[in-house]
Design a protein around this ligand. Structure first.
Ligand SMILES: *[C@@H]1O[C@H](CO)[C@@H](O)[C@H](O)[C@H]1NC(C)=O
Length: 199
């Protein structure tokens, strides 16, 4: 009789232990599955907000050298041409990134005007750069030149002739030399004292 009781008790104890083990394992698995997920989502949200804020604030200053005209893009009032010499004040461009890196607004520092594209595909300098026709996607091409595609009129690029006149954007394509640019630092007119050849 007592012998039987003992066995019974031992069995009961073992069952309790096992039950506890199962509960414990379940808790561990749940912890593994559930807790990191919300934290990770939270992390991604936080990081996303931070990155967004930082890139929104980011401004780069450079000049844009046109592959065809061999001169730099300048914004003078409404007029946009690629005829500026290296270091010309009108060629000094403030390039603001819009949300994610490759979307930019381009503003001439001296004129305060934004590079925009009207609905006929003409490049114009506008005092306010908020609308989508004043936003461009920077595309780094395989040949290492950069092209600027308009955000509103997709497939339309910033382009200039050999004389530095803007080309109607509806007639542009990514593989044309006319849409190729090199971003160069703007170091001002006195940088090296060399006078570019007069044409
Ligand atoms: C573009 O630039 C990269 C890095 O500077 C270089 O490795 C590559 O050869 C360049 N490509 C061309 C086509 O010049």
């Amino acid at each position: 009789m007592p012998q039987h009781d003992l066995t019974n008790n031992s069995f009961l104890l073992l069952c309790r232990s096992f039950h506890f083990l199962v509960l414990w394992c379940h808790a561990q698995v749940s912890a593994g599955e559930n807790y990191p997920s919300p934290n990770f989502n939270q992390y991604v949200r936080t990081q996303g907000a931070v990155t967004d804020q930082l890139s929104r604030r980011q401004v780069r200053i450079y000049q844009l050298y046109s592959r065809t005209s061999g001169k730099h893009v300048q914004i003078q009032g409404k007029r946009v041409t690629a005829t500026a010499e290296d270091g010309n004040v009108y060629a000094r461009l403030f390039v603001e990134t819009d949300t994610f890196g490759s979307r930019v607004r381009i503003r001439g520092e001296e004129s305060g005007r934004y590079l925009c594209m009207n609905r006929r595909g003409k490049l114009v300098g506008k005092p306010n750069g908020r609308s989508r026709d004043c936003i461009f996607t920077e595309i780094v091409l395989e040949n290492n030149y950069t092209a600027f595609q308009n955000a509103k009129y997709e497939g339309w690029y910033v382009a200039f002739t050999r004389k530095g006149k803007p080309i109607t954007a509806s007639r542009t394509r990514e593989n044309q030399r006319e849409v190729h640019f090199i971003k160069r630092l703007h170091n001002g007119p006195q940088r090296n004292g060399l006078t570019p050849a007069v044409i």
